[in-house]
Design a protein around this ligand. Structure first.
Ligand SMILES: N[C@@H](CCC[C@H](N)C(=O)O)C(=O)O
Length: 274
């Protein structure tokens, strides 16, 4: 099987063309391939497929390193756009792509950065999904030894965003792993730790569902800015500083779409016998 290794700000992917190749992967084989010692190593596997929807150019499926299939991936979307152009699967620079959670539009800029229309953030708890009596801007989640204030949003996938004083000392792995599987998130969640520098700049670390902490999480950056704007703490255009680099997030609020812009890097092409 031919594949490409790519990354978006260090969030790394194995990208497979499932249009010209017949690909059948079980969650066990994805776990094996994701292993950084005995496999190829990646945070997510992206599988490019022909469109199911007449409005889309492609369909793409996303699998976490633990083998679970998920609905959305921001850094993956940008890598996907560069992959299909690099492999000559399409020539145009504006692409429509369906994922498990609907259609997104991707624009490849002249400097090869990619701007993604991620659709509108969804705060209704039942849609995240998150167990709550009613929608609030801030929730309290109780765990065995602490209570945590957070915002909750779906960017196609479930996110919980916690404001912290300093991302360096934030309990990303300890609290992140407890909240990822908290009973109030029936489909688990990605847990973001956001330090607000000023109204246009934040720092962010994310403990990703099905992976652990990654160098960057695109939907996590979108979720943090959406929660920050919803809570009245951020402006409509925010630069997000992640351990792996910067993303620009723009959202006018309400039902308007949220845009994410950032880089997507091709590392190498490979071949693996399964
Ligand atoms: N790295 C991603 C998010 C991938 C999926 C996530 N771990 C989930 O389970 O929802 C991104 O860049 O958005």
């Amino acid at each position: 099987m031919n594949f490409s290794k790519m990354h978006g700000l260090g969030n790394d992917f194995m990208v497979i063309d499932g249009i010209t190749q017949n690909v059948h992967l079980s969650s066990e084989s994805i776990k094996r391939l994701a292993n950084r010692h005995t496999g190829i190593g990646f945070d997510q596997l992206l599988l490019v497929e022909p469109p199911y929807n007449p409005d889309a150019d492609f369909h793409y499926r996303i699998f976490n390193a633990d083998g679970s299939e998920v609905e959305q991936c921001g850094n993956g979307a940008r890598c996907f756009a560069r992959f299909v152009r690099l492999k000559g699967l399409i020539k145009k620079n504006v692409l429509k792509v369906s994922t498990q959670k609907g259609l997104i539009t991707l624009t490849v800029n002249s400097d090869e950065t990619v701007r993604v229309n991620m659709g509108s953030p969804v705060f209704a708890p039942s849609k995240v999904p998150f167990k709550a009596i009613k929608e609030e801007k801030t929730y309290i989640i109780r765990t065995q030894d602490q209570t945590t204030l957070c915002g909750v949003v779906s960017m196609g996938n479930p996110h919980c965003v916690i404001q912290v004083d300093d991302v360096v000392t934030a309990p990303v792995t300890t609290l992140g792993s407890v909240l990822e599987t908290h009973e109030r998130f029936p489909e688990k969640a990605n847990i973001g730790f956001m330090q607000i520098i000023d109204r246009r700049n934040i720092k962010l670390r994310v403990f990703e569902r099905g992976v652990g902490e990654t160098q960057a999480c695109g939907t996590g950056a979108c979720a943090a800015v959406a929660v920050g704007i919803n809570q009245g703490l951020l402006d409509n255009k925010v630069s997000v500083n992640l351990p792996g680099g910067e993303l620009l997030i723009e959202w006018q609020g309400g039902n308007s779409p949220l845009f994410m812009t950032g880089s997507a890097t091709h590392v190498y092409d490979g071949f693996i016998a399964l």
